[in-house]
Design a protein around this ligand. Structure first.
Ligand code: COA
Ligand code: AMP
Length: 636
């Protein structure tokens, strides 16, 4: 079905959202089937944080599934599971997905899970994962999905912070042609964790059957068979829907909390306003349910809006080739497609002239969206040349749940600019500040911040650690949310996000903390000190590398040391860290207070101009390091 015809310009909509936020979001809230419609649109909670729709009552699973069945759309496809790694394509109508979800919800209730309990989901891209998330929402439980590429200790940290009663898991994930058994990883994680879940419900996949340890482990199929469907539990708009852990500056991940009401309103709005889709349209976000993109735009957003969502268990290349995405777009008649630029870089490497696209009819595609990392101009131009549809870079974060900046396809498509994520989305009062908190002028770089109140869906706290929420995000510029990204606005107000200003890096669209990798490297018995920085990489965007100081008297072949560290990071963080290179150096440049100058190191390796701060302890170390890096071929 065609989306609504826009009647206002972007500027009109944006201005209204800032001058009358309550009126603006009350209008958007009218599109949600509330159990009790909110009368209070915006107020502050006990922590002094702005909250949306605090007296509203709803159920997010009802918004995603039941409302469409009730409206007579039960036979419309809700989810298409397309798995080149298993050779399966399955279609689920809204009625079928509702039935499956209600039964899984019943299974959770049978295990004693209720409103406010946490359920960890450690599962690959299979339909049961989507139904499991929605089943939690249905009974007011809080899901916390952990991405399959994380190692056991990362999973253990999340289990210890989230304290789940139950873990829902699958026996394996499939990485192209490699079967990754999940059960050993999960067992290791539970052994490492102090908190022990009561039960693990294991979905047995035929590629790798797990051996269940009774009575903790439960077979998924039997569990589903024995469960009866249950109805939706009313929850408050401000009750948590999920906790999703993301990397921060320190090694400990932050549990980003998402509420029910603001999330439903903002995501439903975004489908129409940002992505230009509505009921019956096919929408595909080629991400993973373990990331926020998967939460917002594989599961909740498209289903809230009555679209058909595609769940793709494959890669852009090798499953079977660089034409995989074009096949899915053609076969399922996708209208709006969202993917990380790194995926296109992988495809462009294998098929530079995009010849495989000739085999497919992707004429249903109207918009190409990218996010997760900066859309580099060469990839933008490659997409423009081959796709013949608007290529829209939009910028957002786990913390926000939806776009901070976008070219709003459903409102008014503005002239795009390569390298820019266009203009702020409605509700986001964006500023670029210097170190003193003053707004900078056009084309001047600074910290990108958002003036409170943030629009609906933005996180209200960090799970179990509200102080961290205040300290990490709100203390540097009081009254402004610190995004952690730096960049500038040009003379037309277009926003250019240039990269993180903290120790977070973005590796193949995966957000990682260099601090966490440093912790692992520093644990090696030969290492006295180390610095891990994210350097530019043509395919992955960024990759972490380590500079190492060995302990006195240790005599270890640097190649052996590098191999041991690479393995240690794989074991502790996971393969997605892509940590492959480490170099032994004599000294590391530091400030007089002992802080390693990581920015200087990174820029030196990337061949960028760097400024040595006046606080440096010994300037000679910078030249010495430059020489070492240069002699080892490390400088680009
Ligand atoms: N489970 C287990 N292992 C996983 C995994 C998972 N879910 N995902 C990735 N890995 C492994 C890979 O197999 C690889 O292992 P290897 O070192 O043994 O070869 C390693 O982690 C590195 O993975 P990655 O850097 O992702 O490379 P890739 O070749 O597997 O995939 C892309 C490349 C571009 C397809 C992939 O990085 C991608 O889809 N990125 C986008 C992420 C995203 O959607 N982010 C959200 C913002 S839109
Ligand atoms: P995540 O929370 O995993 O979604 O990662 C969010 C981070 O990814 C942001 O803070 C940015 O650093 C980066 N990011 C996401 N989208 C973009 C984009 N369109 N342009 C530049 N950086 C982006």
């Amino acid at each position: 079905m065609a989306s609504e015809v826009p009647t206002e310009t972007y500027a009109e909509v944006y201005n209204r959202s800032l001058t009358d936020p309550e009126g603006f979001w009350a209008d958007q809230a009218a599109g949600i089937p509330w159990i009790v419609a909110p009368e209070t649109i915006l107020d502050k909670d006990q922590n002094g944080v702005w909250r949306w729709f605090s007296d509203g009552v709803l159920n997010s699973c009802y918004v995603a599934l039941d409302q469409h069945v009730v409206a007579g759309r039960g036979d419309q496809p809700a989810l298409i599971y397309d798995s080149p790694v298993t050779g399966e394509v399955q279609h689920f109508t809204y009625a079928q997905l509702l039935e499956k979800t209600s039964i899984i919800a019943g299974g959770l209730v049978n295990l004693g899970v209720g409103k406010g309990d946490v359920v960890v989901i450690y599962m690959p891209m299979v339909p049961e994962t989507v139904a499991a998330m929605l089943a939690c929402a249905r009974i007011g439980a809080i899901h916390s999905v952990v991405f399959g590429g994380f190692a056991p200790s990362e999973l253990a940290m999340r289990i210890d912070d989230a304290n789940p009663r139950v873990v829902l898991a699958a026996s394996c994930g499939i990485e192209v042609d490699r079967v990754i058994a999940y059960q050993p990883l999960l067992n290791d994680a539970i052994d490492l964790a102090e908190h022990k879940p009561d039960h693990v419900v294991m979905l047995q996949r035929q590629q790798c059957e797990a051996t269940l340890s009774m009575p903790r482990d439960i077979d998924w199929q039997t569990w589903e068979r024995e469960a009866s469907p249950v109805d939706c539990v009313p929850v408050s708009a401000t009750d948590p829907l999920y906790v999703l852990y993301t990397s921060g500056t320190t090694g400990k991940p932050k549990g980003i909390v998402r509420d029910n009401g603001g999330h439903a309103v903002a995501l439903n709005y975004s489908m129409r306003a940002v992505y230009g889709v509505g009921v019956g349209d096919v929408y595909w976000a080629a991400s993973d349910v373990g990331w926020v993109v998967g939460h917002s735009y594989i599961v909740y957003g498209p289903l809230f809006a009555g679209c058909t969502t595609v769940l793709y268990e494959g890669k852009p290349v090798k499953t079977p080739d660089a034409g995989a995405f074009w096949r899915v777009l053609a076969e399922h008649k996708v209208k709006s497609f969202f993917v990380a630029p790194t995926a296109f870089r992988a495809m462009r490497k294998e098929d530079p002239d995009c010849q495989l696209l000739q085999k497919y009819d992707i004429s249903n595609l109207e918009y190409q969206f990218v996010a997760g990392e900066r859309l580099d101009p060469p990839t933008y131009h490659w997409l423009k040349e081959h796709l013949h549809v608007p290529v829209i870079d939009h910028w957002w974060q786990t913390e926000t749940g939806w776009s901070i900046c976008a070219n709003m396809a459903g409102i008014e498509l503005l002239e795009p600019k390569a390298g820019s994520c266009s203009l702020p989305a409605p509700g986001w009062d964006l500023r670029v500040l210097d170190a003193h908190g003053q707004e900078v002028g056009p084309n001047q770089e600074g910290a990108i911040v958002i003036k409170a109140p943030l629009p609906p869906s933005a996180f209200p706290t960090v799970w179990n650690d509200h102080q961290r929420f205040e300290d990490s995000y709100w203390s540097e510029y009081p009254g402004f949310y610190l995004t952690g990204d730096g960049g500038y606005r040009d003379e037309d107000g277009y926003v250019f996000v240039m990269g993180r200003t903290d120790d977070v890096i973005n590796v193949a669209g995966h957000r990682l903390s260099t601090g966490r990798i440093e912790e692992v490297v520093a644990e090696h018995s030969a290492i006295a000190e180390c610095a891990v920085v994210g350097i530019a990489d043509a395919e992955k965007g960024q990759v972490p590398v380590g500079l190492l100081l060995m302990k006195d008297g240790v005599n270890l072949d640097p190649q052996v040391l590098q191999a041991e560290l690479v393995q240690a990071v794989r074991n502790a963080v996971g393969p997605i860290a892509n940590f492959k290179r480490a170099l032994v150096v004599a000294r590391l440049p530091k400030t007089r207070s002992g802080k390693i100058l990581r920015q200087v190191i990174r820029k030196m390796i990337d061949g960028e101009r760097y400024i040595v701060p006046s606080t440096i302890d010994d300037p000679a170390i910078v030249d010495e390091l430059h020489e070492t890096l240069s002699s080892q071929g490390w400088i680009k």
